[in-house]
Design a protein around this ligand. Structure first.
Ligand SMILES: *Cc1c(COP(=O)(O)O)cnc(C)c1O
Length: 230
C-alpha cells in the first residue's frame, strides 16, 4: 500500500467516525472540523493530506512546525498550534500559525498579539480537565477563563474563538467532556461568539462530538503511530 493510500484509508475511517458520532448526536457532521495532527510526521505527509482535501493541520512544537509550514507554504493550509507554549516562543508561533489552541495564561497574550501583526490570529483558551494536583497539567483552571478571555479581547490582532481541552489520561472521556461541556456553557454565556470547542483525539473523538466539539484533533488514527522519541 502506498503512503497515500494508507493516509487516504485513515482519513476515510476518521471522517466516517465523525459523521456517525455527529449524526447519532443529532448534529450536522459538517459542523465538526477535522484538524489532522501532523507532529513527528514529515512535510511529505502534510502534502498528501492537502491533496486528499485536508484544510487544517495541528502541530505542538514551534521549530518543527515552522519548518514544515515553510515547506508547505504553497498548500494554503491553516496551521493550528496545539502544544505547550513558552512565552519566549509565542510571537514566533504567531507568525506561522493561524490558530493557537493552547493559550492558558495571561503572559502569552502580549507576545502572541505582537507576533500576529501581519494577519489576525484565532485564539482558543485551553482549559484543564485534570485534578488540581495532577502531574504535567496543561490548561488553566476554569475559574481563570474570564480574566484570560478579557485579556485576549484587549488585543486587536487576536480573535477569541473558544475553548480547547484534552481529556485526562485514566479518566472516562465521557465524564471529562461532560464537565467540559458545562464549563463551555458558562463561557458562552459571556462570549457568545467564541463558540469553537476543540476536543477529542484518535481515541475519544466520539465522546467529544457528543459533547459539542466543533474541532477534533486527530493524529495517529490517520497517520499511524508516532515514534516515541524524536
Ligand atoms: C498529539 C495530540 C493530539 C492527537 O493525538 P492522537 O491520539 O494521535 O490523535 C491531539 N491533541 C493534542 C493536544 C496533541 O498533543
Amino acid at each position: 500500500m502506498s503512503r497515500r493510500d494508507e493516509i487516504a484509508a485513515g482519513l476515510a475511517s476518521v471522517r466516517e467516525r465523525i459523521d456517525r458520532a455527529a449524526t447519532d448526536a443529532g448534529r450536522d457532521p459538517a459542523a465538526v472540523q477535522l484538524v489532522v495532527v501532523t507532529k513527528f510526521f514529515p512535510a511529505g505527509d502534510v502534502r498528501l493530506l492537502a491533496e486528499l482535501g485536508v484544510t487544517d493541520v495541528g502541530e505542538n512544537r514551534h521549530q518543527e512546525a515552522q519548518e514544515k509550514a515553510a515547506e508547505c507554504a504553497d498548500l494554503g493550509l491553516r496551521w493550528h498550534f496545539i502544544g505547550g507554549l513558552q512565552s519566549n516562543k509565542a510571537a514566533a508561533v504567531a507568525d506561522w500559525a493561524r490558530v493557537v489552541e493552547s493559550v492558558d495564561r495571561v503572559k502569552l497574550v502580549g507576545p502572541l498579539a505582537r507576533g500576529a501583526q501581519s494577519h489576525p490570529l484565532q485564539v482558543l483558551l485551553q482549559v484543564s480537565l485534570d485534578p488540581p494536583d495532577a502531574d504535567g497539567r496543561s490548561g488553566c483552571d476554569a475559574d481563570l477563563l474570564p480574566a484570560l478571555a478579557a485579556r485576549v479581547e484587549e488585543e486587536e490582532t487576536l480573535e477569541l474563538r473558544g475553548l480547547m481541552a484534552v481529556a485526562p489520561l485514566g479518566e472516562d472521556p465521557a465524564r471529562a467532556f461532560a464537565r467540559l461541556s458545562a464549563i463551555r456553557a458558562g463561557f458562552l454565556a459571556d462570549h457568545p461568539r467564541a463558540d469553537w470547542l476543540s476536543a477529542g483525539m484518535s481515541g475519544d473523538l466520539e465522546h467529544a462530538v457528543r459533547h459539542g466539539a466543533t474541532h477534533v484533533r486527530v493524529g495517529s488514527a490517520i497517520l499511524g503511530s508516532r515514534p516515541r522519541v524524536k
